[in-house]
Ligand binder design. Structure first.
Ligand SMILES: *[C@@H]1O[C@H](CO)[C@@H](O)[C@H](O)[C@H]1NC(C)=O
Ligand SMILES: *[C@@H]1O[C@H](CO)[C@@H](O)[C@H](O)[C@H]1NC(C)=O
Ligand SMILES: *[C@@H]1O[C@H](CO)[C@@H](O)[C@H](O)[C@H]1NC(C)=O
Ligand SMILES: *[C@@H]1O[C@H](CO)[C@@H](O)[C@H](O)[C@H]1NC(C)=O
Ligand SMILES: *[C@@H]1O[C@H](CO)[C@@H](O)[C@H](O)[C@H]1NC(C)=O
Length: 428
């Protein structure tokens, strides 16, 4: 038991009993070589301040486990103890799995289902003598000189914690919507480009948000404990900052996360509400996050700020994930649907898009006849105007006060019209 005192190796249930006296006797908890955690033992390594724990957790309804770092503070209820880092991103293992700091100084995750190592810190050549989970949530491997030769902060998952650097060599990737069945991970990522600007991308090349920072090299992004996201130069001077709504207020816990919906948000723990509150998000209107409504859905702004997705081109059982593009599917020619009081436009400028001063009827037939046109919007505020969109990524807004009418190309063959799409009316 003595040699385990330094470990804080306990089940989370026993924690509240033991942490108190152990913390007083330990400045830093060192995890020695040979230490092991397993799913069945439910044991964890806890930071000296108790704020973070490293161990196995389950984010699914199946017996599928990930190993990583979660909030662990007693002031945060269990279901709000958010995961901040996972080993190997989406790797999941079975219920008899374990993770061990080997005698070689390597942290290895062994999957009981595969009977094999599925993830490793690859540090066997770096003379590691111990590990530690620091108070800021960083899991580090240390050599004899107490130098940090590996840290979880260098390979973020979807979250950055205060004190963590993020630069051109790193990436945040959103968690996938369905952790068990999605073998593909999410397409949403955060990168820093060569000019030191943060960018949100879809499928690694489609940029849908860029931070407003002036182009500069050798920058790193940094979340401060008072709630600012900064881009700092080599002298650690901020060259760009974004302040959360509660900047400089006394907040115990904050984190920045690339969420499943592709938006980047800064969260604060609000003690009074017992919940995480978003105090900033990169893309103000969720409809401007690439592919919010799948690849063929139309995203409508709503007052509440959450997007309303409709699938007007062609419907497969109302699922926006399965919205079809028009002409590829149309064997019997095309038709136009109209949306009253609606303005539609291509999400991303295409050089093919055009605006022409023609009538409502002409606008409709112009799009119908143009094989590349996917949608068109007619408006008339003194001057008739028809905006033709040729991209398949269409978004828009709808409001009773709008006089504009939008047209969407659909197949002429028997249309599977979703009755829930109340403001889709066949144009005649
Ligand atoms: C999840 O657990 C089930 C049941 O043990 C297993 O068949 C499946 O392979 C696991 N999936 C993953 C992604 O590990
Ligand atoms: C962050 O970067 C600064 C400057 O390069 C460095 O001094 C500091 O140790 C880094 N922090 C972590 C946690 O890596
Ligand atoms: C960026 O860092 C590299 C390597 O440290 C250095 O050679 C280069 O001069 C730096 N660039 C700027 C603009 O500071
Ligand atoms: C932050 O708050 C402290 C006092 O709580 C105040 O002295 C300081 O000016 C504030 N800084 C900013 C930038 O608002
Ligand atoms: C739509 O749903 C019904 C019943 O759920 C199913 O039988 C049918 O195959 C589905 N159609 C398509 C095109 O997926």
């Amino acid at each position: 038991m003595l040699e385990q005192e330094g470990l804080l190796l306990k089940s989370s249930f026993q924690l509240s009993i033991f942490v108190g006296f152990l913390l007083h006797s330990l400045a830093i908890s060192e995890i020695p070589l040979g230490s092991k955690l397993s799913v069945v033992d439910k044991n964890t390594w806890v930071s000296p301040n108790g704020d973070f724990a490293f161990g196995f957790f389950n984010r699914t309804d199946e017996p599928n486990y990930s190993v990583g770092i979660c909030f662990n503070s007693k002031s945060i209820p269990l279901d709000k103890q958010t995961v901040v880092w996972t080993a190997g991103a989406n790797i999941m293992v079975g219920e008899n799995s374990s993770v061990q700091l080997t005698q070689d100084g390597e942290l290895v995750l062994v999957d009981s289902l595969k009977g094999d190592t599925v993830w490793s810190s690859r540090t066997s050549q770096l003379s590691v003598v111990s590990a530690a989970l620091l108070d800021n949530g960083n899991l580090v491997l240390l050599n004899e000189e107490k130098h940090n030769v590996w840290q979880s902060f260098d390979t973020p998952s979807d979250t950055l914690l205060p004190g963590q650097n993020f630069s051109t060599s790193q990436m945040l990737r959103a968690a996938s919507k369905n952790l068990v069945s999605d073998y593909l991970s999410s397409y949403y990522t955060l990168w820093m480009n060569a000019y030191g600007q943060l960018q949100l991308r879809w499928e690694s090349h489609f940029v849908y948000w860029t931070s407003g920072s002036p182009p500069s090299s050798n920058l790193s992004a940094f979340l401060t404990s008072d709630g600012a996201l900064q881009l700092r130069n080599q002298n650690l001077q901020p060259v760009w900052s974004m302040l959360g709504a509660d900047y400089n207020e006394s907040i115990s816990y904050r984190f920045l996360r690339l969420d499943i919906d592709g938006n980047l948000r800064l969260y604060s723990w609000v003690e009074a509400l017992m919940s995480w509150r978003p105090v900033w998000q990169a893309v103000e209107n969720q409809c401007n996050v690439f592919a919010t409504c799948g690849q063929r859905g139309i995203c409508f702004f709503t007052e509440s700020g959450s997007p309303d997705c409709k699938c007007p081109f062609n419907l497969v059982n109302g699922s926006t994930e399965k919205c079809l593009i028009p002409y590829q599917q149309c064997e019997s020619g095309s038709n136009m649907f109209s949306y009253k009081h609606t303005f539609l436009y291509g999400m991303y400028n295409s050089s093919d898009d055009l605006v022409v001063p023609i009538s409502l009827q002409e606008c409709r037939s112009l799009c119908l006849k143009d094989p590349l046109c996917t949608a068109a919007t007619f408006s008339n505020d003194g001057m008739p105007q028809c905006s033709v969109t040729k991209t398949q990524y269409v978004t828009g807004y709808s409001d009773p006060s709008l006089s504009s009418v939008s047209f969407v190309k659909v197949c002429a063959d028997p249309l599977a019209v979703n009755p829930n799409l109340s403001h889709v009316i066949p144009f005649s």
